[in-house]
Design a binder for this molecule. Structure first.
Ligand SMILES: [Mn+2]
Length: 195
C-alpha cells in the first residue's frame, strides 16, 4: 500500500482497511470528499464502521457506512470480501474508487474492473449491484483512489511467471500514476499472501 496526502495537507482524506473475518478478508478503500480534516473525518468514520461489522456482506456494509456518514462531508468507497475457501471475491463500490482484479491464470481474462455506481456514501446512496468473481491464490486485487490517474490499470497483468510482489506493484503504480495534487492511495492485495 502506498498512501500520500495532498501536498501541504497534514491529514489525508483517503483511508484503507484490511480486516480479517470468519471466511477471509475484508478490504476497503475510502476517499473522503475534498481533502484535509473533514475529508479525513468522513473516511475514518467509514473505516470505524467497517471495524464494528467485519462479517457483514459488502452491500450491508456500504449501507451501514452511508448511515454512519450522514452529517459528514461524505465519501466514495469500494469494498471487497475475499473468501479463499470458496476461491471467490465479492466487491461493490459507490463513487470512483477504482478496483481491478488481476488473474494469475493464463486462461483467464487478464484483468477485470469493478463497476461502481455514482453516488456519495453519507449523502446519496445509489441503486447498487454487488459482483462476484473467481479469486485464486496468486490473483491480485488493486484498489486506487482518484489521486491516481484512471489509466493506472492499462497494461496491468499478473502472471504467468513470477508473481509481482504486491508492495512493489503498489509503489510502481503510485510512482507512475499519482496526480500529485490530491490525496492518493493505492492498495494491492494478494490473499493468502505468497510464500
Ligand atoms: Mn480524491
Amino acid at each position: 500500500m502506498v498512501h500520500t496526502p495532498q501536498p501541504g495537507e497534514p491529514l489525508s482524506g483517503d483511508a484503507c482497511l484490511l480486516l480479517p473475518a470468519v471466511d477471509g478478508l475484508l478490504v476497503a478503500v475510502v476517499d473522503g470528499l475534498g481533502h484535509g480534516e473533514r475529508a479525513h473525518e468522513a473516511a475514518h468514520k467509514a473505516i470505524a464502521t467497517l471495524h464494528r461489522h467485519p462479517h457483514d456482506d459488502v452491500e450491508r456494509l456500504l449501507r451501514l457506512c452511508h448511515t454512519a456518514l450522514v452529517g459528514t462531508r461524505g465519501a466514495v468507497m469500494s469494498l471487497a470480501r475475499l473468501e479463499p475457501a470458496l476461491q471467490r471475491l465479492t466487491w461493490a463500490g459507490v463513487g470512483n474508487v477504482s478496483g481491478v482484479l488481476l488473474s494469475s491464470r493464463p486462461e483467464a481474462r487478464p484483468r477485470r474492473h469493478l463497476v461502481t455506481y455514482g453516488g456519495i456514501v453519507g449523502y446519496q446512496f445509489p441503486p447498487l449491484k454487488v459482483f462476484t468473481e473467481p479469486f485464486l491464490p496468486g490473483d491480485l486485487l488493486v484498489f486506487a483512489t482518484d489521486g491516481l490517474r484512471s489509466s493506472f490499470s492499462e497494461g496491468l497483468q499478473a502472471g504467468p511467471g513470477p508473481d509481482p510482489d504486491p508492495q512493489t506493484l503498489a509503489a510502481e503504480l503510485h510512482r507512475t500514476h499519482a496526480r500529485g495534487h490530491d490525496d492518493a492511495l493505492v492498495l494491492v492485495v494478494q490473499y493468502p499472501p505468497a510464500g
